[in-house]
Design a binder for this molecule. Structure first.
Ligand code: UT7
Length: 332
């Protein structure tokens, strides 16, 4: 078998209809539009309505990616479902997505690696294809982070939103795909972005329910900010160098959408002009593992992202974990 490469041949996304604006949040917590916009760049975010689930969003985004590539669900070899907000602990949300897609006889697993989870999934899907073990791999990022938000905690609830994005990776013998990557983790900082309840340490038992803070996502914004700026700049620099490219060779930088200030800082360090940076944080907030595939799909749909381009990704978040990659798009 000739050398196989993993190309992106399908993009998909799901943007929830329900919009939560900064003005709406002003009525819920002690905050204001000026603070939110100046500190984060966020003006509004999408929030799931009752009854919608993470597996729904993932399946809708995944279906769109499959349709774009004209690949039937049963022709998939693997679904990598990247999320931090699954429908439930068991069964794995990946199996729920596989079922909702009608993808019979397809392997599926859930990948949880904080916000960088989707970049981890992209690297893993590529490895499966380049090794000859798979031909079609769906890599989805989907989040309903709002379900874990404390809407009395102004320091965190204004930042996050819900959405999904997906790509279909497909084997090709034409050279393209992942040129370089970096995956990182520093669990010593785990306490800075944490939801303590629901696991083995604090199982969901009545006697553990007393402290409500244990059941919401808590973030130490200042600490995560320091970690984010440091790792985004260094990992982006490393992957561009490892790909034997310069920043001038990058057509678009698609960063994790946590905070416009962090994105602008990293882009500035790399001397990437604003028109080469894809952002959606202004309208969607931080959609965690969905943020990069969502932003990429939006940039494909509005005509910016095209075959043959070279993209750079960089992400960071809970773990604390980070990931970056350079990816050359083939024909699609
Ligand atoms: O994907 C996960 C990755 N997460 C992130 O990337 C988040 C990284 N961190 C950040 O983006 C920023 O740290 C924040 C946007 C979360 C906060 O910005 P900041 O400039 O670091 O603000 P701060 O946390 O230092 O807070 C400044 C002040 C505080 O008041 P005092 O102590 O100075 O009186 C906060 O209590 O702003 C106050 N504050 C708010 N005021 C109005 C915190 N949240 C709000 C709010 N509205 N929503």
């Amino acid at each position: 078998m000739s050398q196989q490469y993993a190309n992106i041949v399908g993009f998909g996304k799901y943007e929830p209809e329900n919009v939560l604006t900064n003005a709406d949040l002003e009525k819920m917590v002690d905050t204001n539009d000026e603070w939110i916009v100046s500190r984060s760049g966020i003006r509004e975010r999408r929030i799931a309505t009752d009854g919608e689930q993470c597996s729904d969003y993932a399946a809708w985004a995944g279906k769109q990616a499959l349709e774009m590539a004209n690949v039937a669900p049963e022709d998939l070899d693997l679904i990598i479902m990247c999320t931090n907000s699954p429908d439930m602990l068991t069964p794995p949300v990946s199996s729920l997505v596989q079922d909702k897609l009608g993808a019979t006889n397809v392997g599926a697993y859930t990948l949880t690696a904080g916000c960088p989870g989707w970049v981890y999934g992209l690297v893993q899907g590529t490895a499966m294809i380049e090794s000859g073990m798979a031909k079609n791999v769906l890599v989805i990022g989907a989040e309903l982070v709002s379900r874990f938000m404390d809407y009395t905690d102004r320091s965190t609830c204004v930042l996050f939103g819900d959405a999904a994005g997906a790509v279909l990776l497909q084997a090709t013998d034409k050279k393209c795909g992942l040129l370089s990557y970096e995956l990182g983790s520093d669990g010593s900082g785990g306490e800075h972005l944490i939801l303590p309840g629901g696991g083995t340490q604090l199982p969901p038992r009545p006697e553990n329910m007393g402290n409500r803070d244990d059941w919401y996502l808590y973030m130490n914004g200042r600490e995560v900010f320091k970690f984010a700026t440091r790792t985004m700049v260094s990992s982006l620099d490393n992957v561009v160098r490892d790909a034997e490219l310069t920043f001038e060779d990058i057509d678009y930088f698609v960063p994790h959408q946590a905070n416009l200030r962090i994105i602008e800082y990293a882009a500035g360090k790399a001397k990437l002009p604003p028109e080469k940076v894809v952002t959606n944080v202004q309208g969607f907030g931080n959609t965690s593992a969905a943020s990069i595939p969502l932003a990429m799909c939006q940039a494909y749909e509005d005509g910016r992202i095209k075959p043959g381009q070279t993209l750079a990704f960089a992400s960071f978040g809970a773990g604390l974990a980070w990931a970056a990659a350079v990816f050359e798009l083939g024909e699609f």
